[in-house]
Design a protein around this ligand. Structure first.
Ligand code: PEP
Ligand code: CO
Length: 447
């Protein structure tokens, strides 16, 4: 740790990195990024760690949700607002059920770079390099668009900065005030059964707020009612970008990656001797680690030693993404071993990434029932092991997209084409997200 530097990852093998042809342009961009203001502050990152520490022991629940891949073309204040308010709604449903604080973390304001299973993509007989996320190249299918362009990092930073600015304003400027809980129901969800189920909770909250107001407690007297803590996160995949945002915190003298509160290491880049682990081992942010079917538990233990040698609670979130068929067999031995080694981790369930399928019509999709099945197994396994299921990790949007099959709207294969907008993986729409929150709430009540 002593000889760790923001660029010591360069001595290690870095998977899923673009090759930039124009080296001169690349170094100019990186120099510029190093001079840009931070997107988050170290103090906020420490606050998140404290909140995550509660999710280790059962005093909190982590809700991490947002886009699979943010894009330059979907960048619009309405999209940010709608995703934000669906996350708030989900948090209300979960808090109400579980009576524990919900820690809200968006996959937002920096979630641009994507690891891809195949380095190339074929269309109509033509083969081109894969799309790697808007921070690297363009989704358009022509040779020029697929060339990694360093200037895209500047655009991604700017978009992240204004997204974060708006999120801060929403969280603390009145929008998230609990007395507006009735306004968070989106128009197209209002008339559905999830909409009316949410309204029932909102009515009860409003009633309690009126009572508290009569006792002299309201948003003016209590900051907790007027504001909401909202944190941001993304996969720390593009290391040249991330390392520009490593800054020393003047209060503690520690390194922080100030591009986001929480960053995570993807399932494909978590090799113990790899560059991503090396990068993450030197910074003080909380770190998520994706746990897929190929995870070796002994290697995971070594990873925890390296990333969290002091076993600090709130530092590590293990994001389990086995798939609904594999979780029953593969997850219990991992859970047992990590828990019996006394490791302090937040156990979070990602029921999205192990359940991708191709629909008959050719769309990459996920079935709501499989997502639910994996969540259910995750909670059951924890129950059997007397362990705490401390969080959920979702790909969703506040828009009425048609990307995942099923849910109460009964989205079918032939409906997918209607509003399929994602740049990468299929997301739950607002209605499916709230439906999932209500079902999750049932499991949480039983803990
Ligand atoms: C993701 O979260 O978008 C992702 C690529 O996940 P994983 O690393 O688990 O495949
Ligand atoms: Co994804």
């Amino acid at each position: 740790m002593n000889d760790w530097k923001p660029d010591s990852w360069m001595k290690k093998k870095a998977l899923h990195q673009p090759v930039y042809k124009n080296k001169d342009r690349l170094s100019k961009v990186l120099k510029k990024l190093k001079s840009f203001p931070p997107l988050v502050f170290a103090g906020e990152v420490r606050d998140l760690k404290k909140e995550l520490a509660k999710c280790v022991g059962g005093q909190g629940f982590l809700l991490q949700a947002g886009d699979c891949a943010e894009s330059f073309s979907e960048f619009h204040p309405d999209n940010i607002r709608d995703t934000f308010r669906v996350i708030l709604q989900m948090a209300i449903v979960l808090t109400f059920a579980a009576n524990v604080p919900v820690v809200k973390v968006g996959r937002l304001a920096g979630q641009f770079a994507k690891p891809r299973s195949n380095p190339t993509e074929k269309k109509n007989g033509e083969e081109l390099p894969s799309y790697l996320g808007d921070i690297i190249n363009s989704i358009n299918f022509d040779e020029n668009s697929r060339e990694p362009d360093p200037d895209r990092m500047i655009e991604a930073y700017n978009q992240s900065a204004s997204t974060q600015n708006l999120l801060r304003a929403f969280a603390t400027g009145g929008y998230a005030d609990l007395s507006y809980v009735q306004n968070w129901n989106l128009d197209f969800v209002k008339n559905s059964s999830q909409g009316s189920a949410f309204k029932k909770i909102a009515d009860r909250i409003s009633e309690s707020l009126s009572f508290m107001n009569a006792c002299g407690v309201n948003s003016e007297t209590s900051k907790q009612l007027a504001e909401s803590n909202f944190f941001i996160s993304h996969e720390a995949l593009l290391l040249p970008y991330e390392s520009c945002f490593v800054r020393v915190d003047s209060t503690t003298g520690y390194f922080y990656d100030v591009s986001s509160h929480l960053i995570w290491i993807g399932d494909r880049t978590k090799q113990i001797d790899g560059a991503h682990v090396e990068f993450c081992s030197g910074i003080s942010n909380p770190i998520g680690i994706k746990i897929g079917p190929s995870t070796d538990v002994n290697e995971l233990l070594r990873l925890l030693e390296k990333l969290n040698p002091t076993n600090e609670a709130g530092k590590i979130v293990l994001i389990v993404r086995m798939g609904c068929e594999k979780i029953e067999k593969l997850f219990p031995p991992i859970l047992k071993k990590i828990n019996s080694a006394g490791k302090n981790v937040v156990w979070s369930c990602d029921p999205m990434h192990g359940n991708i399928e191709k629909s008959n019509s050719g769309y990459k999709t996920r079935n709501f029932l499989n997502i639910l099945k994996e969540v259910k197994s995750f909670f059951n396994i924890h129950k059997v092991e007397k362990s705490y299921a401390g969080g959920i990790h979702l790909e969703m949007t506040g828009k009425n997209v048609t990307e995942c099959l099923g849910g109460m709207q009964k989205i079918k294969d032939q409906d997918l084409g209607a509003r399929y907008h994602t740049h990468c993986d299929p997301r739950l729409n607002a209605s499916q997200s709230i439906e999932l929150a209500f079902l999750l709430a049932e499991y949480l009540k039983e803990l």
